[in-house]
Design a protein around this ligand. Structure first.
Ligand code: GLN
Length: 256
């Protein structure tokens, strides 16, 4: 009886090990060379043309292409995850993602929780109003309802300048623009490039001539992972130096 038991036990052990071994083998078998590449996870909010937006079910845009070029340089496989803009930095600190590329402006406050790469683009906060709006200057915004995308610099600056009660927050810039078209708010403060797209694709809107703020976009990385930071920033610097970044930007923006 004892012997039978130990034989059984041995079988179980052997089977278990075999199963384990099999598992590994299967994984190895499934991994063709491409899949063996380490993954570079990028978080973004794909509502921000021309930096990131959907073409069919694919996320394209300046950030997506720069990220792909970085991944290629590093021999990594890029995986893009779409989420709310306000969740991106949290995803970075919790390790859900490796980097954020989301037309993200470098600010002193954000620098406390993330490492920012070399800037790769200049950003501008601008004001969208209705074509027949009485708002002509930034001063005219006093006492008006201003729409922004939650937690963006447009949100942060206009809350500082015009007060919390003046600011209406939306999940997407596009939702703020719809509210403006419907007359629910008086203006939208948002980044220039998406603003141009929104004005071109919605009737009856225009940009104020004076811009509201100038800023810089950079890649945000986890503060703890300095090794990945050096790699990504190094690759980005090379891509800036050899003109790749400019070529990508020109294709999406300057060529129009
Ligand atoms: N540049 C702005 C910011 O960083 C907006 C970015 C965005 O909406 N994707 O806050």
């Amino acid at each position: 009886m004892k012997k039978l038991l130990s034989v059984l036990l041995a079988c179980v052990l052997v089977l278990g090990l075999a199963a384990c071994g099999n598992d590994k083998q299967q994984n190895a078998g499934n991994n063709n060379q491409q899949e063996e590449q380490p993954v570079l996870r990028m978080a973004t909010n794909a509502e921000f043309p021309p930096y990131e937006y959907y073409e069919g079910d694919k996320i394209v845009g300046i950030d997506a292409e720069v990220a792909a070029a970085i991944a290629e340089k590093l021999g990594m496989k890029l995986e893009i995850e779409d989420m709310a803009f306000e969740s991106t930095l949290m995803a970075l600190s919790t390790g859900q993602t490796d980097m954020v590329m989301a037309g993200m402006t470098v600010t002193e406050e954000r620098k406390e929780n993330a490492n920012f790469s070399t800037p790769y683009a200049e950003g501008h906060q601008v004001v969208i109003v209705k074509e027949d709006s009485e708002i002509e200057t930034l001063d005219d915004l006093q006492g008006k309802k201003i729409g922004v995308q939650t937690n963006t610099t447009g949100d942060i600056y206009s809350t500082d300048d015009f007060g919390d009660e003046a600011v209406e927050r939306y999940n997407k810039g596009a939702d703020a623009v719809i509210a403006l078209s419907q007359g629910l708010i008086d203006a939208v403060i948002i980044d220039l490039e998406p603003a141009k797209v929104f004005v071109a694709t919605n009737d009856g809107l225009k940009l104020l001539e004076t811009e509201y703020a100038t800023e810089e976009y950079a890649i945000a990385l986890n503060k703890e992972n300095t090794e990945l930071f050096e790699k990504v920033d190094g690759a980005l610097q090379e891509l800036i130096a050899d003109g790749t970044v400019q070529e990508i930007v020109d294709r999406y923006i300057n060529a129009e």
